[in-house]
Design a protein around this ligand. Structure first.
Ligand code: NAD
Ligand code: UFG
Length: 338
């Protein structure tokens, strides 16, 4: 029996493949490498000391997905594959709806055909409606997204919960990630964004290594303790382990359930700059800049449902996140080098 990991060569996927292999599972990956490198998978195999099976291709290719189900005995699917750049989704909405929605429709259709209806989906805190009280519980209202990327997550959650409602054999976990950062402690796998990073931590580490001149802090007049935006940063290895916990849960039941994967603690942009200096000794030059459109003051989770139901809690500290992110960047100044 194997776990099929879609988008397994990517940032969160590669860390999850490693945790799955380390927990004794067999892993099959499909990835078209549109935002990743096959090197990540080679390094996962090297760290785990065992192989995984890789199909290079697009999840929207129905014949390929059918072949994967024919050639492997799949027990559950963890579905990471998708486009994820918020700004790009505003300028290329069709590509986001096509890629993120059609991939899920083809995947779930082939799964149903194969009679295998267990799925874990990479959702996001972005599905929560603005204005909800913090910390966010899974019962908080969703929708009112501010960009096409967010809408694809909202719509996919809707599609999957409707599938579960129509067919009681489906078991779906919607994992709502907060802000994954950091890297495996070995520094062999990590986040390798193409072009100028959109997200805070890769921007910080690329500034530290000299690829960027200085960090622009987007907004200093938010209603937070120091005026800069507050987020719930979570170590990517903790996040990956959340998938292993969700796997046991998903395989043992049916229905659709949403879980927050976060630490429950919010840190501001300036808190992150200071924590990075404390953990690594590297000072990050920064300037205060205007707000970035679409950003909110603060966003952090109530992770108690994941703790109580999945038996999962984030264990790594902010210092671990900064140290491991920097270790990865230092050892791989140009990421996977492509
Ligand atoms: P990533 O871009 O590193 O990984 C996604 C992988 O999917 C890439 O390897 C890419 O090549 C692959 N892919 C994309 N479209 C594909 C397709 N049609 N067929 C086959 N492969 C395809 O991103 P990540 O940060 O690892 O994110 C994984 C998932 O988690 C995504 O669905 C993302 O939206 C979601 N998520 C990420 C964050 C975050 O901050 N990183 C937050 C919330 C949710
Ligand atoms: N920020 C800066 N400068 C930068 C980059 C970011 O000040 O160069 C700030 C942002 O304004 C925000 C904070 O750092 O206050 C975090 O920004 P990120 O872009 O790292 O993360 P977001 O919270 O905006 O979004 C991330 C993912 C989304 C996901 C969301 C879920 O990018 O895909 O987390 O909470 F939906």
């Amino acid at each position: 029996m194997s776990i099929l990991v879609t988008g397994g060569a990517g940032y969160i996927g590669s860390h999850t493949c490693l945790e799955l292999l380390m927990s004794g599972r067999e892993v099959v990956v499909i990835d078209n490498l549109c935002n990743s490198s096959e090197k990540s998978l080679a390094r996962v195999e090297e760290l785990a000391g065992k192989p995984l099976k890789f199909y290079r291709g697009d999840l929207r290719d129905r014949a390929l997905v059918q072949t994967i189900f024919r050639e492997n005995d799949i027990e559950c699917v963890i579905h990471f594959a998708g486009l994820k750049a918020v700004g790009e989704s505003v300028s290329m909405p069709w590509s986001y709806y096509d890629n993120n929605l059609n991939a899920t429709l083809v995947l779930t259709d082939v799964m149903a055909e194969a009679g295998m209806k267990k799925l874990i989906f990479s959702s996001s805190a972005t599905v929560y409606s603005a204005g909800s009280p913090m910390p966010l519980k899974e019962t908080a209202p969703t929708g009112g997204c501010t960009n096409p990327y967010g809408w694809t997550k909202f719509m996919t959650e809707q599609i999957l919960s409707d599938l579960c409602r129509a067919d009681p054999e489906w078991s779906v976990c919607l994992l709502r990630y907060f802000n994954p950062i950091g890297a495996h402690e070995s520094g062999r796998i990590g986040e390798d964004p193409r072009g100028i990073p959109n997200n805070l931590m890769p921007y910080i580490t690329q500034t530290a290594i000299g690829r960027r001149e200085k960090l622009s802090v987007f907004g200093s007049d938010y209603r937070t303790h120091d005026g800069t935006g507050v987020r719930d940063y979570i170590h990517v290895v903790d996040l990956a382990r959340g998938h292993v916990a969700a796997l046991e849960y998903t395989c043992g039941r049916t229905g659709c359930e949403a879980f927050n994967l976060g630490t429950g603690t919010g840190y501001s942009v300036l808190d992150m700059v200071h924590a990075f200096r404390k953990a690594t000794g590297v000072e990050i030059p920064y300037v205060l800049a205007p707000r970035r459109p679409g950003d909110v003051d603060e966003c952090y989770s109530d992770p108690s449902k994941s703790r109580e139901v999945l038996g999962w809690t984030a264990e790594k500290s902010l210092e671990d996140m900064c140290r491991d992110a920097w270790n990865w960047q230092k050892r791989n100044p140009m990421g996977y080098g492509e």
